[in-house]
Design a protein around this ligand. Sequence first.
Ligand code: ADP
Length: 261
Amino acid sequence: MYVAGVDVGSTAVKAVVLLDGRIAGTNVISTGTDQEKTAFQSLSAAAQDAGVVDIEDISAMVATGYGRSMVKMADRTVTEITCHARGGRAFAEAAHVIVDIGGQDSKVIRLDEDGMVADFVMNDKCAAGTGRFLEVMAERLEVPLSDFGKMWRATRKPAMISSTCTVFAESEVVSLLSHGVAREPIIRGLCDAVADRLAGMVHRVGLATEVVMTGGVSRNDGVRLSLERKLGLKVSVPSMSQFAGAYGAAIIALELAEKGR
Ligand code: ADP
């Protein structure tokens, strides 16, 4: 039986198709202006990846993410907190704290022993210190985001970045560059600023030993390294971390489909 989850994020739409409970297909594309259309495109591509012949063969579909209400074809919409908690726990069984950092928001979720949401904090008021913030800095520094980890490791002395506000931090970056500061310490300083903010959120829900990072920014190794330093423990990143919300939605879709049988 095929089921699907679609996560309509502010920056990227992610879709996961399960075949008999296992991930059989995935897709990620940029969120367009027509979120319903983009969600359908992502679902279709994930379905094709999974070998689904006809989209009607998908028994149930759950939508999550910031644009979830736009997905009219979904059997149900479920909050990002619930889906990230389900997907994060399924990716990493021991997870007790999930740090999800996406394009324009970040959330930290604390799970109880059964994997249920015990507490969470969310920063969705502005893009300060999120994926978009890092994208703007990467453009300004002319360094691809995928190189941030390599650049982080190339220096021991981070530059001081005092703000996670995109506008203020960009002018700090410009000023540092004009004073001849190399890009490596600037990048490490930016990662530290993002991690500082995340660590504050982790402490608000309560630190636990098993911290798992999800969302697109979990692929930014510089941010992970800075967060490990701030928290003083290892932070794990599942290989399909950007799909945690869509995976959680697909798991809920499977439960719906099984109930309906
Ligand atoms: P949302 O769900 O809010 O749309 P995502 O969780 O998909 O966002 O994360 C999008 C962010 O992920 C981008 O803004 C970017 O900073 C980051 N990102 C995506 N791919 C990579 C990568 N390969 N390396 C580093 N960062 C990445």
